[in-house]
Design a protein around this ligand. Structure first.
Ligand code: FES
Length: 175
């Protein structure tokens, strides 16, 4: 494996816990690899498996999903649902010949900036060992995007689109 391979990892983070934890890591100046492009959703329960498949088809080498600890979801059961969905999604990926280690779900709270840094380091090391994903090369969708030379921009587009949908669909938080 080329030593200079730097994985592109899409991070989909819950607003209330991991996104805040990642922010804390930044404001605390904790050093960790810059390989994760972050999309914020209001809850991991909002994450549709299609986000994962599209990320891979657009050139992501891995997808890291992270939210509140079990029992701490601000929408009660969103992370339980996400955990089940992600487990199933990993099986689907495996069925398509994609190593399921390329999709990971973790639980990081708003006060766990140091843990977030460790999660990212661990994921980057795992994906570096796995090497680049070849999913994009195999898909027509990705071929179109690759022709436009916009794989990196596409990850940002997914982020924007996903965030927009999330805001519309997020459950109203009761006071
Ligand atoms: S609000 Fe964080 S996982 Fe549901």
């Amino acid at each position: 494996m080329a030593d200079d391979f730097e994985p592109k990892i899409l991070g989909i983070l819950c607003n209330w816990c991991t996104y805040a934890g990642a922010d804390l890591a930044g404001t605390s100046r904790i050093q960790y690899p810059p390989n994760v492009r972050v999309v914020r959703v209001m809850c991991t329960g909002r994450i549709d498996p299609s986000f994962v498949f599209e990320a891979f088809s657009l050139g992501a080498d891995a997808v890291l999903i992270s939210g509140c600890h079990i029992g701490d979801c601000h929408y009660i059961a969103g992370n339980y649902k996400a955990r089940r969905r992600i487990a199933l999604t990993r099986k689907v990926l495996e069925g398509y010949g994609i190593d399921p280690r390329r999709l990971k779900m973790t639980f990081v709270s708003a006060s766990e900036g140091a843990l977030w840094a460790e999660v990212v380091k661990d994921m980057v090391n795992t994906v570096k060992k796995l090497g680049p994903s070849n999913v994009q090369k195999k898909t027509n969708l990705a071929a179109g995007h690759a022709a436009a030379g916009a794989a990196d921009d596409d990850l940002a587009e997914i982020a924007k689109a996903s965030a927009g949908k999330k805001l519309e669909a997020a459950p109203v938080q009761k006071k």
